[in-house]
Design a protein around this ligand. Sequence first.
Ligand code: SF4
Length: 365
Amino acid sequence: MQDIQNIEMQDFLKDMVEPLLSWYQANKRDLPWRKNTDPYRVWVSEIMLQQTRVEAVRPYFENFIKKLPNVQCLAEVPEEELLKLWEGLGYYSRVRNMKKAAQKICDCFSGAFPQSYEEILSLPGIGQYTAGAIASIAFNQPNPAVDGNVLRVICRITEDGRELSNPELKKSVTEQLRKIYPKEHAGDFTQALMELGAVICVPNGSPKCADCPVQFMCRAFYSGSQMNFPVAAKKKARKIQKKTILLLCCKDKVAIRKRDEGGLLEGLWEFPNLEGFYSEGELETILKEMRVEFGKAVFCGEKKHIFTHIEWHMQGFLAFCKNESSQFTWVTKEQLNEEFALPAAFQKFKKYIAFADNDSVAQIQ
Ligand code: SF4
């Protein structure tokens, strides 16, 4: 019974191939990573685009490719320099894994990007989606790249009511698509599905069915049930953590330190900070224990930063220190801008360092 349903579904889905390819040729966006199908460029763009909007990725992609134009450059780049190129994109384990993968390509594949799906999948940080994207876009192999965008499109077209988190859904959509992949245009088909999910069958708000090349076969369109698909699993509420961020300034320098290994934002630089919220008086006591003497602390306001499962609710204080405590690394504003990667959560307070002289501090309030 299951096989019969799959065969029918495959017959049904194959009608989308030609209209989707034609639509893609006429409507594809001019994106920097589409200038050619070099596997290194496809890989960099796909990793950057995970959890990140196209418009946010554009400048990062161009800068990254300019500074590290090939696998060899990525394999050899010092970690600090690499993290600086990724500063603000978040999910830093992505780029650390890219460096490990580049080293493996140099060591095990003589520096040439592997071509088989299994070999691509064996690289650190590359899962089925990214392996499918590289194999199809760079090497024109019929390997689907199924992410949330593609699942949304297929669930709407077929009115598939399984939850997005159900691994059977992704598995069966991948297998159905694999059977209908056009062998001569595998890369274009992958990108056409992605493009449709990104600009027509959109995740937020109503899909633009009037402009959709596969409207003629979309079951959700005919029944008016587009917004019921895909079926999302109920989200768990994010954990809230309160933090006090300390902008410790001494003359022309500011204190930073490295985060511990093994946790959120591991090994990245941060402004010193404390768990919980504190008053100026409480801070004085705590900073004394940290062997930091300061003249005064100025409240810089509250900020919020959202991670996948956690929210940081932060309050900042700019503190004028009399000494450079040896617990921290002290850097100039220029060094902080040019050499040290600071995660986006801490970037939100960076502008206040500019007020770290007694004459301009009044502008904070
Ligand atoms: Fe999505 Fe509408 Fe196209 Fe169906 S017709 S695939 S719901 S945009």
